[in-house]
Design a protein around this ligand. Structure first.
Ligand code: GUN
Ligand code: ZN
Length: 434
């Protein structure tokens, strides 16, 4: 295959470590006039344009983006494909919201044509917002996951998804059985896990909608295949936490239910965790599990404020989740805008570099994919974004006042959204252009 080599010139910024561990200054690299070189879908060099240009052949194709910032693609560690059509459902908190809006909306995915239509809309929306990798809940129907992976494969995206397992406490039209969920998940794993850049996640919806038999089989799937992911919800809402205690009276608490069924581990991602206690954070960290922080959802559903400093204290891996449709935006920039306010309400700060980390390398580490995505290090996949400083008149005017990359980054996260993402590249291919 002939070598396809391209270079991109712009301001370039990426996280290289967690600011909580190394301090802010050592957590990022910034090139005011940078060059990113891409060979066959992978990054082959990154540096100052003045230094790198001399080492490249004179005829190399260079795309120069003015007034723009190149960053790694964003990573959404928690989102629901079949809730694309119900963002902004009025008036309820978690359990009533599920029964009133979510389950009826997800039931439409029994229809293959509907699943394909929404998968297309969903992937376009991810890319428009600069999300190049997501950990995705399908519906209970395998066709929701097949439709998603088929669309993601065509664009050579790095994506993770799974069919919801749910065999109780939901309408009959939306439940599987322990056995059917096992067999359907297995068939999806055999078809998709490890194909190109696709990975499978075993997906019990949350403890209340699975019988002990189903949770046992979820654990069994994880033991049968290497490197499978596990995604579920935990401790999002106080009524939910109480319900789990009633349903599983022998367990010490919510996390212990999942622990008992061997669902914790290095590729396990628990969404929300708003009401986790100290011991539960410690156990999550000890098992290498990760939590998805979902601020727009936690505010919209009135769930509560995620305690990021507690997670940091335990060195728990945390990624960022939009949680669409409980969340109100596909944009990780807007998600960071809300994350900042969640920290403010707890008397804490969220620095722009910690925010960048959460949306990129932090998410990659939560997914154990930091060797492939989340930074612009040579040798990783060329999944990157071009953020436009002139995306809106206000952003343009505001950024002209900026005195540092820290200020620019923070303003991008406060005023930015899908309009800010001018180009999205995945595996070196242009997959979205505004
Ligand atoms: N808990 C169980 N299912 C869901 C869901 O679909 N969304 C959210 N936010 N929480 C859940
Ligand atoms: Zn969710």
């Amino acid at each position: 295959m002939p070598l396809t080599r391209k270079a991109y010139r712009a301001a370039i910024l990426h996280s290289i470590a967690d600011p909580a561990e190394v301090g802010i200054e050592a957590s990022y690299e910034y090139f005011e006039d940078g060059l990113l070189v891409v060979d066959n879908g992978q990054i082959s060099a990154l540096g100052h344009a003045s230094e790198l240009l001399a080492s490249l052949p004179a005829d190399i194709e260079i795309t120069h983006y003015q007034d723009a910032l190149i960053t790694p693609g964003f990573i959404d560690t928690h989102i629901h494909l079949p809730q694309t059509g119900m963002v902004g459902a009025y008036g309820e908190q978690l359990l009533d919201w599920l029964n009133t809006y979510t389950f009826p909306c997800e039931s439409q995915f029994a229809d293959q044509a509907h699943a394909e239509e929404v998968a297309g809309i969903f992937i376009k929306e991810l890319l428009r917002n600069g999300t190049t990798t997501a950990l995705v809940f399908g519906s209970v129907h395998p066709q929701s996951v097949n439709a998603f992976f088929e669309a993601a494969e065509k664009l050579d995206l790095r994506m993770i998804a799974g069919k919801v397992m749910m065999d109780r406490n939901a309408p009959d039209y939306l439940t599987d059985t322990a056995e059917s969920s096992y067999l359907e998940s297995k068939a999806l794993i055999e078809r998709w896990h490890g194909k190109g850049r696709l990975h499978y996640a075993v997906t019990p919806r949350f403890a209340p909608t699975s019988t002990p038999e189903q949770l046992t089989l979820a654990g069994q799937l994880l033991s049968e295949y290497p490197d499978l992911y596990m995604q579920t919800h935990i401790s999002e809402n106080l009524q939910e936490v109480e319900w789990v205690k009633e349903l599983f009276p022998k367990r010490k608490g919510y996390l212990d239910v999942y622990d008992h069924y061997q669902l914790l581990g290095e590729r396990s991602v628990f969404a929300h965790g708003v009401h986790l206690c100290d011991d539960e954070c410690a156990r999550l960290a000890q098992t290498g599990s990760a939590v998805a922080f979902c601020p727009t959802s936690n505010l919209f559903l009135g769930s509560g404020l995620f305690n990021l400093p507690m997670a940091e204290k335990h060195k728990l891996n945390v990624g960022l989740g939009t949680d669409v449709g409980g969340g109100t935006s596909f944009s990780l920039l807007q998600t960071l805008n809300e994350a900042y306010k969640v920290m403010q309400l707890q008397g804490a700060r969220l620095s722009p570099f910690k925010s960048l980390y959460l949306a990129t390398l932090g998410g990659a580490r939560a997914l154990r994919l930091e060797e492939r995505i989340g930074t612009l290090q040579p040798g990783t996949d060329a999944d990157f974004l071009v953020l436009d400083y002139n995306a809106t008149p206000l952003l343009s005017y505001r950024l002209k006042q900026s005195k540092s990359i820290a200020e620019t980054l923070f303003v991008l996260m406060t005023l930015g959204d899908d309009r800010t993402v001018a180009q999205t590249y995945a595996a070196g291919n242009l997959v979205h252009q505004r």
